[in-house]
Design a protein around this ligand. Structure first.
Ligand SMILES: *Cc1c(COP(=O)(O)O)cnc(C)c1O
Length: 478
């Protein structure tokens, strides 16, 4: 489609700005433009049609099935948006005095209270803007804790090989050395390997439970005990909380610090780079190190209380505040029972879809899964030459967003499906039918799958070139 600049017609315009109601002031010479800005000139209809056309080029959770494993692409209730759009939230300034923003501070305090209850943590910060940012923050807390105890030789973070790539990256960015431990044949942590890895240099362990294979580690209490006994702390990657919210708590599993992806589990929109919220919850032993500013209720007044040995700020002010508003709205609407139901439905939906697919392809791990599961198409690739990538691309022609691909790294030709709780039985039946049909086609018409998708605005872009040489802005003739 054409760029908005190419649709521009000189002299065409629509007046969207109100008349200026303050006196015009002269702009200092140094700031005055040398040439007029390059703005497209269009009518309101042209603009509306342009963006509607653009919106039709992408697949969102409101367009259709979006089983992107690990990302929890659940429906984002419209009510959340309405609440986040209230003038009382959008019209405040982060530097306003406390007494003028009591409602906004109450949102932060209330969200913290509920999420601490859900996770079994004692305190929480909403400053981090994403899960990976939460990891960095949580690891900085662990580092500060060991330093404050004069235990600075603890420089290693243990990460299982099933971990999300952000885990080792965050540990490395925090200045830790990453110790990778292989998973056992069952896809869970190998206890012997863990015992061999811990020592006086262990700062902590990073783990997601259920893990990226969608498996709840039955040895979780033993795992966290081994790390604690070695003097380390346990970090919970909460990206998979959608499987256990309201059912099991990381705090009870022996974790000291967690991040939550409010943009995954708590139904706030994500993708395309944010804004998100990687809220970090911690047990009280880490509270002195939290980023500032933290809201505390004193009697019936919400005020800021700064942590005495803070790691400093990881983002300006209170993080992406309106994301917290949306998440709080979601939690209040569902209530405690509703949140548990959501997790149970997510697990049920994943197991239902897995059962439907089992006759057609190989699942990476046997038995009951949690909220997601991983297919391995290694055999299909050997037999037909059709890869997980070809299968994923073909789904686009059916109006389905592909699952997460080639992750976790320990599974070959992986497709990771997470249907979430907001999908109906009809949708899951349809999706299983589509996948079965594509797998069948892999044997009969492999060429067609190598060329898919054929119905989307863009077919198969050169992904390496797109990543290495992105064209993010229009180039104009001089
Ligand atoms: C999404 C995810 C992360 C990172 O979260 P972002 O918000 O994308 O930074 C970390 N771990 C796991 C398991 C995830 O799925």
């Amino acid at each position: 489609m054409k760029l908005i600049f190419e649709k521009s017609v000189p002299g065409r315009a629509c007046t969207l700005l109100p008349d200026c109601d303050v006196p015009m002031a002269a702009i200092p010479e140094t700031f005055v433009r040398k040439a007029p800005p390059h703005l497209p000139e269009l009518s309101e209809t042209d603009i509306s049609r342009h963006y509607t056309e653009l919106a039709k080029c992408v697949h969102g959770v409101n367009d259709g099935f979006y089983p992107l494993g690990s990302c929890t692409m659940k429906y984002n209730p419209a009510l959340n948006e309405e609440m986040a759009g209230l003038a009382g939230f959008t019209g405040v300034h982060p530097l306003q005095p406390e007494h003028t923003v009591q409602g906004s501070l109450e949102v932060l305090a209330k969200a913290e209270e509920i999420l601490c209850k859900v996770t079994g943590m004692d305190t929480m910060t909403f400053q981090p803007a994403a899960g990976a940012h939460g990891e960095l923050t949580g690891l900085l807390l662990i580092k500060a804790y060991h330093r404050a105890r004069g235990d600075a030789q603890r420089t290693k973070i243990i990460v299982p090989d099933s971990a999300h790539g952000t885990n080792p990256a965050s540990a490395s960015m925090t200045g830790f050395t990453v110790v990778n431990i292989p998973s056992g044949a069952d896809g869970c942590v190998d206890l012997e390997k863990l015992r061999a890895a811990v020592g006086p240099d262990t700062a902590g362990l990073m783990l997601t439970n259920p893990n990226t294979l969608g498996l709840f580690d039955k040895n979780i209490l033993e795992i966290t005990r081994i790390v604690h006994e070695a003097g380390g702390l346990n970090y919970y990657d909460g990206a998979n909380l959608n499987a256990v919210m309201g059912v099991a708590r990381p705090g009870d599993m022996g974790f000291d610090v967690v991040h939550l992806n409010l943009h995954k589990t708590f139904s706030t929109p994500h993708g395309g780079g944010g804004p998100g919220s990687g809220a970090v919850g911690a047990k009280s032993l880490l509270a002195p190190f939290l980023p500032n500013r933290h809201v505390k209720c004193q009697g019936d007044f919400y005020a800021f209380e700064d942590a005495p040995q803070t790691i400093g700020s990881v983002k300006a002010f209170y993080g992406n505040f309106l994301v917290v508003v949306r998440a709080l709205c979601y939690m209040l609407v569902l209530g405690e029972d509703g949140m548990r139901d959501a997790s149970q439905m997510a697990v049920l939906n994943a197991n239902y879809l897995k059962k439907l697919l089992e006759p057609h392809c190989e699942v990476a791990n046997e038995g009951i899964c949690m909220h997601e599961f991983v297919l391995t198409l290694e055999k299909l690739k050997k037999e037909t030459g059709v890869s997980a990538m070809d299968v994923a691309k073909s789904m686009l022609d059916y109006g389905m967003h592909p699952p997460t691909m080639y992750f976790p790294l320990i599974v070959h030709e992986a497709l990771m499906l997470e249907p979430t709780e907001t999908e109906s039985k009809e949708t899951l039946d349809w999706a299983a039918g589509v996948i079965a049909e594509i797998l069948e086609k892999a044997h009969t018409e492999p060429e067609a799958l190598h060329n898919a998708p054929v119905t989307t605005p863009v077919g198969r872009p050169d992904e390496v070139a797109a990543a290495r040489n992105p064209k993010l802005r229009a180039v104009f003739d001089a």
